[in-house]
Design a protein around this ligand. Structure first.
Ligand SMILES: [Zn+2]
Length: 239
């Protein structure tokens, strides 16, 4: 055996061992926000792996762990099955004053665990930064139209994600300077550059699409003319 082959025989196990130890010790791991295997933490900056981590929230233990890193004040709700398709599993009730960033909701609401986590991510990483960017203000109040309802999709035969408290309808919000912005009053569709409020709402819709599976607003159909429907169901749509 020549000298080069002997060197390789020594070097390969050595390099492999160094890599294995470094991985085990966490020296080679990317920061948690970029590590697809790290648990989702609400304070982590959203990155290209965040959507993948949000998908993993369908595992109740992963979802509970993520929710525990949020500021949301929630009460667990016992599992209930009203009908085969209308049920609550691992749901929580989010308090009217228990938001992620200190805003007030018009009412407390039921939420599936994934919906609660996605909401907290959206509130922290999209809603408040966009209000700051567009108006130099904070969102202090948020008006929603509810989350749980045992019903079908409007005009359809399929059960709505609302039937599992897996959807939330955002209608309006109030900023710290007193300005009130509503979907019904300020959405301008393709003409989003028309007013600062319309531009903000368009960015808000796009921001929601980073965290929720389905986002449907006034551009989708008339049934959504006055709110953004945000859900964590199976369909990935952003309109
Ligand atoms: Zn809805």
């Amino acid at each position: 055996m020549n000298r080069r082959a002997v060197l390789w025989l020594i070097a390969i196990p050595l390099i492999t061992g160094v890599i294995a130890v470094s991985w085990q010790q966490g020296w080679l791991r990317p920061p948690p926000a970029y590590d697809p295997f790290a648990p989702l933490h609400l304070h982590d900056r959203p990155t290209f792996v965040t959507a993948w981590k949000l998908l993993r929230l369908s595992r109740p233990e992963d979802c509970r762990a993520a929710l525990a890193t949020s500021q949301l004040q929630t009460l667990p709700v016992s599992d209930r099955e009203m009908t085969a398709e209308c049920r609550l599993e691992h749901a929580v009730r989010v308090g009217a004053t228990g938001s992620e960033t200190g805003l007030r909701f018009n009412a407390s609401f039921l939420a599936s665990c994934p919906l609660a986590v996605a909401w907290a991510m959206f509130e922290r990483h999209a809603l408040q930064p966009l209000a700051q960017q567009h108006f130099g203000a904070r969102v202090t109040q948020l008006h929603h139209l509810g989350s749980y309802a045992c019903r079908n999709v409007r005009g359809g035969t399929r059960r709505s994600e609302h039937a599992r408290a897996n959807a939330f309808d955002l209608a309006a919000l109030t900023l710290s300077d007193g300005k009130r912005i509503s979907l019904s009053g300020h959405w301008r569709g393709r003409d989003a550059a028309a007013t600062p409020e319309a531009a903000f709402l368009r960015d808000l819709r796009d921001g929601a699409c980073r965290f929720f599976r389905t986002v449907l607003g006034p551009d989708y159909n008339a049934a959504h003319a006055d709110h953004l429907h945000l859900d964590m169901g199976g369909f990935s749509i952003c309109r």
